[in-house]
Design a protein around this ligand. Structure first.
Ligand code: GLU
Length: 507
């Protein structure tokens, strides 16, 4: 039997580079990515940069950095190779083109709306020619007065449609005289209903929306218009995006209808809420992915955490597979396997930083010492092994191990155990130095040192021997044990630090 050919799954993430890559947008990227991967589909990155005033290359870079860090590679776009880079350079600044291409993850660059103006223009002209859109020359002041008047009458404000009936000569004259203008869609008065894959059926009365602006002029499309054209041209099958776009959907469907374009499926993801159940704001938690990256969270933990912002695994499925029914730890591959758009909740997703911290600690535990060393760019794996259990975040490493890697200055008092006399401590350090020096480098490990230094401690008192060694080796009040540190930093460095301590006490 020939199977019915299934429509290809094609999804996109369409960030506007008007701020640092937002956690919510990163989650949208993840859900789109998972949906594409589990359906053998295509995941597209489209930079929505038509708002020239607010768009900034630095935010664009941050989107690339973020996706790269998370490992969410997109599957399509302008090909990056020396050839295309050259042609890019022809159009823009050479430096910019070079830097940008370094930040892409795979073979492709992103689609950028500002590079697609010809496409939008074609469709805007179509609507104008068919009289389904029209030029509006109303001034900002007129529109504001209209708005106020409607509001005082208790009506929801919308454009009156005043310019709908301008005569062709009037339009031409105003266009020639450079009167400021926008292009509006003639919104039919009807009901638009769409089935949201997460939220169910949603209806809007377009009569309440009025004639929306779709472009500033034929080469300057506005958000709703550009999205519709791109989703169509890019053959997007499913629009998966944040709930804040629900209200845009009827506008976009109206544009599709006017142009006779097919309608994609829609799925609107729940808002991300702060622990006080308000929309996530900078006041309570860092809202950009960059901040978490810089704080020292692992990308694996962030991926897992974001997946749980609105989605939970199916307890039955988990149990069938022999996992705990409330399993929450999933790596990217497992998410591709288990994620299900149908299980995304409607209610807002609470951003729980404790959960992120917990997940991060779990993923840190999964890392091998040598992988962690690579991540931290530290050569001494033994030092990593010493402190890793106390790390919650990558950024904790410096605090825990900084002074083990590079000795810090400290005052001689740190070396004194309780109220032992200075001379006793000095003598113990000298004797320890003698033992350390006499120990062969091959035997310079905890086990052997425990026999020799350990014996000294038994004879002279644990605190009186171990404390000053530990303080001398770590330069800090709190640290791993003295012999562990000695083994980790090695014979030469141990001797050097003990000598420094002896000097401090002798002064
Ligand atoms: N550019 C929009 C944003 O940054 C997303 C548009 C969409 O997903 O349809 O929120």
């Amino acid at each position: 039997m020939v199977s019915k050919s299934k429509k290809e799954i094609r999804v996109r993430i369409a960030p506007s580079p008007t701020g640092y890559f937002h956690i919510g947008t990163a989650r949208t990227a993840l859900f789109n990515y998972l949906f594409a991967r589990q359906n053998g589909g295509v995941f597209i990155l489209r930079i929505e940069d038509t708002d020239l005033e607010r768009s900034d290359k630095k935010f664009e870079e941050d989107i690339f950095d973020g996706l790269k860090w998370l490992g969410l590679e997109w599957d399509e776009g302008p090909v990056i190779d020396t050839q295309s880079q050259k042609s890019r350079q022809g159009r823009g600044s050479p430096e910019a083109a070079k830097v940008k291409s370094q930040n892409y993850i795979g073979k492709y660059g992103p689609y950028r709306q500002t590079e697609r103006l010809d496409i939008y223009e074609k469709y805007i002209n179509q609507l104008l020619d068919k009289n389904l859109a029209y030029y509006c020359f109303c001034s900002k002041e007129d529109l504001e007065a209209e708005r106020q008047a409607m509001m005082t009458q208790g009506l929801a404000p919308k454009y009156s449609g005043r310019c709908r009936t301008l005569k062709p000569e009037e339009i031409q004259e105003k266009l020639h005289s450079n009167t400021s203008r926008i292009i509006r869609l003639k919104m039919p008065e009807s009901k638009i209903t769409f089935k949201d894959l997460i939220r169910g059926s949603i209806s809007f009365d377009t009569g309440l929306i009025g004639d929306i602006a779709i472009a500033k002029d034929t080469r300057t499309p506005l958000y709703n218009f550009a999205v519709v054209i791109d989703d169509y041209e890019m053959k997007i099958s499913h629009v998966i995006r944040g709930e804040d776009h629900v209200a845009n959907t009827p506008k976009q469907i109206a544009i599709q209808k006017a142009l006779d374009l097919p309608q994609p499926h829609y799925a609107h993801l729940p808002l991300i809420l702060d622990s006080d159940r308000h929309k996530m704001s900078k006041r309570f938690s860092a809202a950009s992915l960059k901040e978490y990256r810089e704080e020292g969270y692992l990308p694996q933990a962030m991926i897992n955490f974001m997946a749980l912002l609105g989605w939970h695994s199916s307890p039955e499925q988990m149990q069938e597979l022999g996992f705990s029914p409330d399993r929450e730890i999933f790596n990217l591959d497992e998410l591709v396997r288990f994620f299900n758009l149908k299980r995304v909740q409607k209610a807002g997703a609470i951003f729980n930083i404790d959960k992120l911290n917990w997940l991060n600690a779990q993923y840190l535990k999964f890392l091998k010492d040598k992988d962690l060393a690579e991540l931290l760019k530290v050569k001494n794996v033994k030092i990593i092994a010493l402190v890793r259990d106390r790390m919650k975040k990558i950024s904790d490493f410096q605090e825990l191990a900084g002074s083990l890697l590079n000795p810090v200055d400290y005052s001689f008092e740190l070396l004194i155990w309780k109220d032992s006399p200075k001379e006793v401590i000095l003598d113990n350090l000298k004797e320890s130095l003698r033992i350390f020096s006499a120990t062969l480098a091959v035997d310079f490990n905890q086990e052997s040192l425990n026999k020799t230094i350990g014996l000294l401690a038994e004879q002279r008192g644990k605190g009186e021997v171990f404390w000053p060694i530990r303080a001398a080796l770590s330069g800090k009040k709190n640290s791993p044990g003295p012999l562990e540190i000695a083994e980790a930093i090695g014979k030469k460095e141990t001797i050097k630090r003990i000598e420094t301590a002896i000097k401090k006490l002798s002064n």
